[in-house]
Design a protein around this ligand. Structure first.
Ligand SMILES: [Zn+2]
Length: 243
């Protein structure tokens, strides 16, 4: 039997039978995978260091049988435990995991994996507002997936859009529109769009530096998640926290 080792972060799980669990894991080596972990819910002490919870990063030894990938053994690298002690952090992790599930594929994506790892690290151990971290993750993850919006000029004609207090944003053009090109697109404050632009420029290791004013945060939650749902053509917002 061939064994493979990979490193990954659990995005969600489904329990089945008495002690088993199916983990959906974003791995560094093979992208998104579904792993069957047998016996991980039993009370025995031997499973105490196994990777079985959401938002936990670990190393997995995997084998395949009958088209199903099983976990032979696993060990926790980073549990990000403090995420589970705070409702806002947990909610942010759940939203980040949900968006990751929608954006990831079965191909390795080192950049997305690293962004996810950094986001969970800041959520667990940093002081940034979990809602701001969620927005930076969403903006940067969309850009990594090829949906980086054009925010420095008009996405249709290229003219500058500076000087306006309210700026139209077109989902179909993928960016802001100048007064000459806009029709009935929704508009957003220049402040919110400037914050969006800066978030896209931030290095992952600096993502905890974002401090959004309440009004811009509210606008950006609408804009970024509406935009994500438009380009991905499916819901990405969290419905039931914890799922
Ligand atoms: Zn234009």
């Amino acid at each position: 039997m061939a064994f493979e080792t990979c490193t990954g972060i659990v995005l969600r799980f489904t329990d089945y039978k008495e002690n088993d669990r199916i983990l959906t894991v974003l791995t560094r080596e093979c992208g998104l995978v579904s792993l069957t972990a047998r016996g991980v819910r039993s009370k025995s002490k031997t499973v105490s260091n196994t990777v079985k919870d959401a938002y936990c990063c670990g190393e997995f030894v995997i084998y395949e049988r009958g088209g199903i990938q099983y976990v032979s053994s696993s060990s926790i690298i980073e549990a990000f435990y403090p995420i589970r002690e705070d409702y806002d952090r947990l909610l942010a992790a759940a939203q980040i995991a949900r968006l990751t599930l929608k954006l990831a594929s079965d191909r390795a994506d080192e950049a997305l994996y690293t962004l996810l790892y950094q986001s969970l690290s800041f959520l667990a151990y940093g002081n940034a507002d979990p809602r701001d971290l969620t927005l930076v993750f969403a903006a940067k993850a969309l850009a990594l997936a090829g949906y980086e919006p054009r925010l420095t000029g008009c996405a249709s004609c290229g003219a500058p859009v500076t000087g306006e207090k309210r700026i139209a944003f077109s989902f179909s053009h993928g960016g802001s529109l100048c007064p000459a090109c806009r029709t009935d697109e929704k508009e957003y404050s220049a402040l919110a769009l400037e914050a969006f632009r800066r978030m896209l420029r931030l290095e992952g290791r600096d993502m905890d530096r974002v401090r959004l004013p309440d009004s811009a945060r509210e606008e950006l939650f609408k804009l970024i998640f509406d935009y994500a749902e438009f380009v991905l053509e499916q819901p990405v917002r969290l419905k039931n926290p914890g799922n």
